[in-house]
Ligand binder design. Structure first.
Ligand SMILES: [Zn+2]
Length: 249
């Protein structure tokens, strides 16, 4: 039996009343677990395992893998739930994160949750996701205009960085010099400086260097509610994310 706090990333229904969950934990990264009878009327765990809640859960190992036997919602992120734009961004990222992470509980960890997080990756991803939800919750509770999709892609960039999917965003992939010109060129998940682009007549997608500056500030912990570079930022982050799915699949 194990007790842990987990974010609900996704779920799918199976059988008549059962649901399979994908949980994000600090200690063990992503865990798959089933919850039996949760779809029955008056099920006692209903309402404690919704996306994107942070919940306490009791897990028991069974022949079908981890089974959730008790759960208690700790944080519901109620402002996000009431704000359709914020909620859409959170749900989209929860599903991307679920796709990017491998569950470590399926085979070799049969029935015991061991701590194998030697490089702190699980802990870092968990804390990133928590910081993202708290940022969204804070903004969703106010009336000020916020670019939720921009915040969503800032979080995606941080996650890709943590998982090692980001290319070098500090120096040119060809000459190794630090980026200093106003524009950088993206070609097949590599970034090139303007000198190399001109010297080699490279054809790729041009981005303002300010996008990289925003990314670097983000990797140091900043979150931006809006920016005049939000559109190119999201375009570049989408390219990075697309490249990472090529690796994962
Ligand atoms: Zn260069």
């Amino acid at each position: 039996m194990s007790f842990l706090n987990a974010f609900i990333l996704s779920f799918s229904d199976f059988g008549e009343h059962d649901r399979r969950f994908s949980l994000l934990t600090k200690e063990h990264g992503k865990i798959n677990a089933i919850c039996k009878s949760i779809l029955r009327p008056n099920a006692k765990l209903a309402g404690h395992l919704d996306i994107p809640s942070l919940s306490w859960a009791e897990l028991v190992w069974s022949v079908r893998g981890w089974q959730i036997t008790q759960a208690l919602e700790l944080e519901s992120f109620s402002c996000v739930r009431k704000n359709s734009e914020a909620l859409r961004a959170v749900l989209a990222l929860a599903s991307s994160l679920d796709r990017l992470l491998f569950a470590e509980d399926d085979h070799e960890f049969k029935g015991r949750l061991t701590s194998t997080d030697t490089d702190n990756q699980s802990k870092n991803i968990y804390e990133l996701w928590y910081a993202f939800l708290k940022t969204m919750e804070q903004h969703a509770g106010r009336a000020l205009p916020v670019n939720y999709i921009f915040i969503q892609w800032q979080c995606m960039t941080k996650i890709l960085h943590e998982l090692g999917f980001l290319p070098d965003t500090f120096v040119c992939a060809r000459c190794g010099n630090k980026f200093h010109s106003a524009f950088i060129t993206y070609i097949e998940n590599q970034l090139y400086c303007d000198n190399c682009r001109k010297a080699l007549s490279l054809v790729g997608q041009l981005f303002p260097k300010s996008v990289l500056d925003l990314m670097h500030q983000g990797l140091r912990g900043a979150w931006f509610p809006e920016s005049s570079y939000a559109v190119p930022y999201i375009q570049l982050a989408r390219l990075f994310e697309y490249q990472s799915t090529v690796f994962v699949i």
